[in-house]
Design a protein around this ligand. Sequence first.
Ligand SMILES: Cc1cc2nc3c(=O)[nH]c(=O)nc-3n(C[C@H](O)[C@H](O)[C@H](O)COP(=O)(O)O)c2cc1C
Ligand code: SF4
Ligand code: SF4
Length: 306
Amino acid sequence: MRLITSRSLVRIQPPLLVNANLKVCSFLRFNPPKAAKGTVIKGIIFYFSGTGNTEFVAKKYQEYLQVLGYEITIQAIDSLKITPNIENYNLIGVGFPLYAWNLPINVRKFIEQLPNCQNKDGFIFVTAGGPTPLGALGITKDLLKKKGIKVLSAECLEMPSNDNILFSAADPKSARVQRLRQKAQERIKRIIKTIPIGQSKIHGDNQFMKLLSRLTGFWLNKIYRPYFHYHKFYVDEKCLPNCRFCEQICPVNNIKKLAPQTVVFDRTCILCARCINCCPVSAIQYGKSKNKHRFQDPDYNPPLLR
Ligand SMILES: Cc1cc2nc3c(=O)[nH]c(=O)nc-3n(C[C@H](O)[C@H](O)[C@H](O)COP(=O)(O)O)c2cc1C
Ligand code: SF4
Ligand code: SF4
């Protein structure tokens, strides 16, 4: 079913929203449109988050869309056991962190294995350590279009960098981290107002920007990852003998703890930096990472996947 557009929405304060929601509405400082009588727009947000930024953003989209009367479920794709049934949803959201100005490979695979559907609406959000996604939003829009999902909104939100793979992660105690989180929340409030209407222009959705992102993605996944990446992981003397946390949280089962201080890394890594940033004693090193900060969102608890 096609998402209800602004024309079919009644622009009045919904009388049935509970008090708590009314408080959030005034906090959002706008009168949310209400779906036509008897219609509930059901949506699902699929997201991947290595260190919590994208999860934080996914939860904010969920919270603010629910204020508009949508029924929104959020689902981390690394916790999914089976291909999801999207038949019951009118609105499909996809969120992920930017890697070399492109999609993480697990997110691309996830979209490619989605069942074909017709006349569903969608939206995309990317979190990034910098301000521009180059052509990543356009590339993702094209992937979703092939599945029959029409993208109404696609946005990049600048968040603290978790990148201990290519550069350095943000200092989690810095004021900038708080500022970026706050700014992202304010932007999401504005973004969700455009979802029912549809965005007129998607940033970087042109052939040139998409080509740049394809080139940087090719470099990361086809050159850096197979030839320069794997041998850079090692675990130092801080590793805790009875801990298996990294093994449990790796989204692609790439880590094995073989002995009290022996941890090995296989070749399926998707470069999410979760293990490096979330090891409780910062024992996982990657190249010259010893003196780098470890970043994860303050509310993030990595999922225990095994
Ligand atoms: C391997 C890798 C590559 C990255 N590449 C980019 C990039 O090209 N541009 C950018 O702005 N941020 C880049 N980042 C930063 C992340 O996109 C950013 O910190 C994101 O918010 C992390 O989200 P998460 O906490 O949900 O995993 C990269 C991070 C990693 C680990
Ligand atoms: S998470 Fe850290 S401390 Fe725990 S097993 Fe892995 S490297 Fe060792
Ligand atoms: S090995 Fe570490 S960086 Fe690679 S996919 Fe697993 S958790 Fe992510």
